[in-house]
Design a protein around this ligand. Structure first.
Ligand SMILES: [Zn+2]
Ligand SMILES: [Zn+2]
Ligand SMILES: [Zn+2]
Length: 147
């Protein structure tokens, strides 16, 4: 699996050891292909490694975050979800239907620069999603209402 190899290489490059639990959690993140909670990851991990428990998943996620290989993000009011850091992106989330889309981080370059220039504030945009209304829900709102 190509992406898995690349992710393990990143881990080695960051000075991280490749343990069984780390490999299992990273493999689960690659397999999930989407944003998953620690509990979701546990379910995937346990199909191959039933001896790994939730506390280990949390500890492993923490270690992988510190190594910069994994990151968590808050998409809304729910639990934090995890993703790999190998393709930097930002999230837009529809507050009406919970639709999530990944958008390029560079769209926020100007905002980041302005906040730094004006307020000397180094913003970390991708920690939280940008909340709004998606195209489909906007369309629904525009439709004339029939009594
Ligand atoms: Zn957080
Ligand atoms: Zn993401
Ligand atoms: Zn929507």
């Amino acid at each position: 699996m190509e992406r898995m190899e690349a992710v393990l290489q990143n881990l080695r490059a960051s000075g991280g050891r490749i343990t069984h639990a780390r490999r299992a959690v990273l493999q689960a993140l690659v397999t999930a292909r989407t944003h998953v909670t620690a509990e979701d990851l546990l379910n995937i991990v346990q199909t191959g490694s039933p001896e790994i428990h939730l506390s280990t998943v949390y500890r492993t996620l923490d270690a992988l975050e510190n190594l910069g290989v994994v990151d968590h993000v808050h998409l809304g009011h729910g639990r934090a979800v995890y993703h790999l850091t190998d393709n930097a992106h930002q999230h837009i989330v529809c507050e009406k239907c919970s639709y999530v889309e990944e958008i390029p981080s560079k769209l926020f370059n100007e905002l980041e620069k302005n906040l730094m220039d004006t307020y000397q504030f180094k913003v970390r945009m991708n920690h939280f999603a940008v909340i709004g209304t998606c195209q489909r829900c906007l369309k629904k709102l525009e439709e004339p209402k029939h009594a």
